[in-house]
Design a protein around this ligand. Structure first.
Ligand code: BGC
Length: 751
């Protein structure tokens, strides 16, 4: 709907409203009372710059809470918690006068090598979408807009501003779109940020199918589309495609090009009006959502409460990968010396580099937090330098420090230089000096607990072999250090579950041979088979499967039941009783996977279709109920979403490989009708309820040769033959006329 002020704006004013005023602001039109708005990064904290502006995280920013990165938040599997984090981010945005916070990033982790995986939630679209929607709902509850990014198929940093992601539509609809779709439909973000890359040859910023047909037409998006910073190559083509706001400011270049294009007739003014209306209406809606008498609290006032939330979230996203002999949690009161080894314990790596870089309100390091959490003797040695220097001296000193210790906490991970926005990793190894240190520590005979700080998965074979317990804390935000101490001594539970599979080695990963593309294109040749969809379908071993995570207690699953209320409707209800079988409270993530063993198209062996995080006291049981909707059974076809009738396998488990109950259900939905025409095959005609009889009659009418079609062997031979060939072999020359006649018969029979 056109905004009421459209009529009063001059062409120049309209063009000015669809291009930024500065690096972070939009333009006002004072004579009409139109205010500018401030947009800023996002997504793990509010990066409100106080000096020079940049999108690389270089210049200073106002202090703000650095929450755990999306890698950690993704591992919480906890939409409620993400909503709370969103609310806190919204409150800090209000405190700093930010109108739109640039996040969340819901791109799929296609390869462990993507330099920006730390900013994305998962390899699974349902999980990423549920978490994205919760985050957006939280932020927007404060009258601050979110910016869902980076739309779409931005799954690598290599050549990110030019590369064309070559992806077939089914893969987009089933893997790379649903997190955006779900977030739009459940949370209606104020803005969607288009990505830098091209999609199938066309820049996302100029892709009308992407920005208008799919986003608005199919999903009902109501906000505005903002460009990623500098993503607009052609401002006129961008407006024509449905891009509403170019950021940052391109000076007068963008507005002038748009004015000229409207004047010379190459851009319809109505398209510009749509973009202007989207921007104005969205900013108005955001402001209207704020209570008139609200005095936002300052970041300083919110800091303590938000630090506690960041601490809780960091523990909730930490994944206990192994825990031999229940070594963890450690007794904080009694026991021998604890050696803390590793530079990360003293100098935490708690956030990623690039546009999401936050100036934290405070920073907890694990070393201090461990010292405060225990009465036991704690000693420390850095063990390595981030730049790999002085290896021999540092290892020798660490061994000396660790001598006689009962337990070594080895803090390992990826230094800043190894992963960042802007480039991809070339391997998934931990630095070799850290692995050598770990092997040496193992030789001391002490129990070894490895704590990992990294934004994307690393190869873990050697780590697991040299450790009694492995705790993955990702980049856990400013309170990650204290959350780690909480977990090590058991005042918090490592509640996280893997939101991405940990492969054994890089060559096992699905995109391996297609990564990161070249000559301007990256082919998504693995199609739907991303993450566990690949490992589980091809039966490859992994180091740790999707959904895995131990916690400090164990859970039993019983009385699983899957009911289909009406078999003619694709929907089911899953119920299972989950019991905390241990002696302490804990959290479990119940996961439901669905497989379609016999299908008209290739499908992954199973896909996550529902999940629930349940917190239970020791001994407590709860009946968990999850709903599966039509989409849980559907695949994308050229005609849209399709559910085929027949059997589906519903699996309930604690990871994609730890399935505790499996039920088969039958859906009696109508079979999708094959599309008939001259290119439809004999087999497709025969599968069609009316087509079979019509074609049969036609063939029978061809005399003896034609009548042979009834023979099952002949049917096999004819199966893949298109109708046009069948007609041609019959000796008829008027193929189009014959096809039209047959289609007419089909129509008549259907009535
Ligand atoms: C990033 C975006 C970010 C923007 C503004 C871009 O380089 O891709 O995620 O929001 O800069 O800093």
């Amino acid at each position: 709907m056109a905004h009421p002020l459209i009529e009063e704006l001059t062409l120049e004013e309209k063009a000015s409203l669809v291009s930024g005023a500065s690096f972070w602001t939009t333009r006002p039109v004072e004579r009409l009372g139109i205010e500018g708005a401030t947009l800023t990064d996002g997504p793990h904290g509010v990066r409100m710059q106080t000096a020079g502006a940049d999108h690389l995280g270089i210049n200073a920013a106002h202090p703000a809470t650095a929450f755990p990165t999306a890698a950690a938040l993704g591992s919480t599997w906890d939409p409620e918690l993400l909503e709370q984090v969103g609310q806190a981010l919204g409150a800090e945005s209000r405190a700093l006068d930010v109108d739109v916070l640039l996040g969340p990033g819901v791109n799929i982790k296609r390869s462990p090598l993507c330099g920006r995986n730390f900013e994305y939630f998962s390899e699974d679209p349902l999980l990423a979408g549920e978490l994205g929607a919760a985050w957006v709902n939280g932020v927007q509850s404060k009258g601050v807009g979110a910016s869902l990014k980076h739309y779409a198929a931005n799954n690598q940093e290599t050549d990110r501003m030019r590369i064309s992601a070559e992806v077939d539509e089914r893969t987009l609809r089933e893997i790379y779109f649903p997190a955006f779709e779900r977030t739009v439909q459940q949370a209606q973000p104020a803005t969607v940020m288009c990505s830098y890359n091209r999609l199938n040859g066309t820049f996302a910023s100029q892709n009308r199918w992407l920005l208008t047909d799919v986003l608005r037409g199919d999903w009902g998006f109501e906000g505005y589309v903002v460009s990623d910073w500098g993503a607009v190559a052609d401002p006129v083509a961008a407006v024509a495609a449905g891009l509403d706001l170019e950021m940052p400011s391109s000076g007068e270049r963008g507005p002038k090009a748009i004015v000229d294009a409207v004047r010379n007739g190459t851009l319809s003014e109505s398209l510009l009006d749509i973009a202007v209306s989207n921007v104005l209406s969205t900013h108005e809606r955001l402001r209207a959502a704020r209570p008139a008498d609200e005095t936002p609290q300052s970041v300083e006032q919110l800091a303590e409460q938000h630090h506690s939330l960041a601490r809780r979230a960091a523990a909730a996203g930490s994944v206990l990968l192994t825990n031999e002999g229940a070594l963890l949690p450690l007794d904080a009161e009694n026991g021998g010396k604890i050696a803390v080894v590793g530079e990360f314990a003293r100098t935490p790596r708690y956030q990623g580099a690039g546009s999401s870089h936050i100036n934290p309100t405070r920073l907890d390091d694990a070393l201090t937090a461990i010292g405060e959490a225990t009465r036991r003797e704690v000693v420390f040695a850095p063990g390595f330098a981030f730049d790999g220097s002085d290896e021999e001296t540092l290892v020798a000193a660490a061994l000396e420090t660790a001598a006689g210790a009962d337990v070594v906490f080895a803090f390992l991970g990826l230094p800043d230089a190894e992963e960042s926005e802007g480039f991809d990793r070339t391997h998934m190894d931990l630095p070799a000096n850290q692995l050598r240190l770990l092997a040496a520590l193992r030789g001391t005979g002490a129990k070894v607990v490895v704590v990992l700080s990294n934004g994307a998965v690393v190869q873990l074979g050697e780590v697991v072999g040299n450790a009694d317990a492995v705790l993955e804390v990702w980049l856990g935000g400013q309170a990650g250090g204290s959350a780690t101490a909480d977990i090590l001594f058991g005042s918090a539970e490592p509640e996280g579950r893997l939101a991405e599979s940990v492969p054994l080695q890089l060559s096992d990963t699905p995109a391996f041979v297609n990564w990161p593309g070249n000559q301007g294109k990256v082919f998504y040749g693995e199609r739907l088979y991303v993450g566990y969809r690949w490992y589980d379908t091809t039966g490859r071993d992994v180091a740790f499967p999707f959904g895995h995570g131990l916690g400090y207690t164990t859970f039993g699953y019983s009385d699983a039941r899957v009911t289909v209320p009406d078999p003619t409707v694709a929907a089911a209800v899953v119920e299972v009783t989950v019991t905390n079988q241990g002696t302490r409270a804990g959290a479990e993530v119940v996961q439901v996977y669905v497989g379609d063993p016999v299908a008209g198209v290739d499908r992954p062996v199973h896909e996550l279709r529902a999940f629930a995080k349940v917190r239970l006291e020791a001994g407590e049981s709860r009946r968990v109920r999850l709903e599966l909707d039509e989409r849980a059974f559907a695949f994308w076809s050229p005609n849209g979403w399709v559910v085929e009738p027949g059997e589906f396998v519903v699996q309930i488990g604690a990871s994609s490989r730890d399935l505790r109950a499996v039920e088969t259900i039958t859906l009696d939905v109508p079979a999708p009708e094959p599309e008939l025409g001259k290119e439809a095959t004999f087999e497709e005609w025969m599968q069609h309820p009316q087509g079979a009889a019509v074609l049969g009659q036609f063939l029978s009418g061809l005399g003896e040769a034609g009548a042979m079609w009834r023979d099952p062997e002949t049917q096999k031979l004819l199966g893949s033959m298109p109708l046009r060939s069948l007609i041609s072999f019959s000796g008829r020359t008027d193929i189009d006329g014959t096809v039209a006649g047959l289609l007419n018969e089909v129509d008549k029979a259907a009535k």
